[in-house]
Write a protein that binds this ligand. Structure first.
Ligand SMILES: Nc1ncnc2c1ncn2[C@@H]1O[C@H](CSCC[C@H]([NH3+])C(=O)O)[C@@H](O)[C@H]1O
Length: 338
């Protein structure tokens, strides 16, 4: 075996081998309330230890590690959250990711990756036949309770891309509504809109709670059950399909989009929100890396490219498919016209 031209660098190997430690450090800091212990001013390890009620050694090592990873800065012996850390990890921020971190690191998702070798070798999810696509899978109740803030940015971005006529009654359908963040953001654009949310029954209880809290209680209704088989209703102005299609194969997605097309009024829009990698499937990293999540947790899902969505939409009878990156988030909207 020939040696690399430049001195071999093991950094990537050890960063990857030990990546679980980085996850554990971030999760411990969230659990202990470290990011909320600053009160807006830099603090020493001793001060943070007092506020978090922990021995100082652990907090000092944790904060140095979080500084190495880029979550904190350290000046002399005082630590401070970066502006991104304050935005995403302050409990009072609408974009707070603390609960999402707990969800994403809990057994429902993480266990799937403990059996990745078997999943790849056997061509099926190691944990169960259907993975997270099983009807009423309990993981989606936790998802609905925790992931809304993470979808706040994509939901605002998607809502900004479509108009709702405020001079007449309009209807919006949110497929796989979950926390409801996407449907609520769009419905709030018009006082004359009605929001219909579709998901499994237990999940819709969370959607309804959130729709009421957003002031949409009297403009909200539900469709309970399997999106592939239930009656979607008709005459919608917009059908949102956020983070749903990636769980299924292309033929099933195309068939489902035909059903969506039939539920829209002529000229109505389907708004698909997804991680959409470039054709090379390795860029941009934040979107391309999502395919691994689908490999670990679903039998046939994937992160599809825009060309693939364009083909699915074309075959389902939609016109004018267009891609809209929802920067700075890792998601994109793909919009088609019925
Ligand atoms: N066959 C199905 N029919 C209806 N809902 C489903 C089905 N399979 C999965 N779901 C729901 O689809 C959602 C996927 S997660 C995506 C949730 C939300 N749209 C968001 O973008 O954050 C979960 O809420 C599941 O309960």
């Amino acid at each position: 075996m020939s040696a690399p031209a430049t001195p071999p660098n093991p950094t990537l190997f050890f960063e990857t081998i030990n990546a679980y430690q980085r996850t554990a450090a971030l999760k411990a800091a969230v659990d202990l309330g470290v990011f909320n212990a600053f009160g807006g001013v830099p603090a020493t390890a001793g001060e943070l230890a007092d506020r978090c009620q922990c021995p100082v050694r652990g907090i000092r090592i944790l904060c140095d590690s979080l500084t190495l990873f880029g979550f904190l800065t350290k000046d002399d012996s005082r630590y401070a959250p970066t502006s991104d850390t304050a935005f995403f990890l302050d409990k009072n921020s609408p974009a707070y990711l603390g609960n999402a971190i707990k969800f994403l690191t809990a057994p429902g998702i993480k266990d799937a990756f403990d059996g990745l070798t078997s999943t790849i070798k056997n061509g099926k999810v190691h944990a169960s036949e259907e993975g997270t696509t099983a009807p009423d899978h309990p993981v989606w109740i936790d998802f609905a309770r925790t992931m809304g803030p993470m979808m706040f940015g994509p939901a605002q971005g998607a809502a900004a891309l479509v108009e709702l006529d405020t001079s007449r009654d309009t209807k919006v359908l949110d497929i796989s509504a979950s926390h409801g963040t996407f449907g609520i953001a769009l419905a709030q654009k018009s006082p004359r809109s009605h929001l219909v949310a579709l998901d499994w029954e237990a999940v819709l209880a969370v959607t309804e709670e959130n729709a009421k809290a957003a002031g949409l209680g009297d403009r909200f209704s539900k469709i309970v059950g399997n999106a592939f088989t239930v009656d979607l209703g008709s005459n919608y102005d917009v059908v949102l399909v956020p983070n749903f299609l990636h769980h299924f194969n292309i033929a099933d997605c195309t068939g489902f989009l035909k059903k969506v097309k039939a539920a829209l009024r002529p000229g109505g829009k389907v708004v698909i929100v997804e991680f959409v990698p470039n054709d090379d499937r390795i860029s941009p990293p934040s979107s391309a890396s999502f395919s691994l999540v689908m490999l670990g947790t679903t039998p046939e899902g994937d992160a599809y490219t825009f060309a693939e969505y364009q083909k699915m939409l074309g075959e389902a009878g939609f016109k004018d498919a267009a891609l809209h990156p929802l920067a700075p988030t890792a998601q994109s909207a793909v919009i088609g016209v019925a």
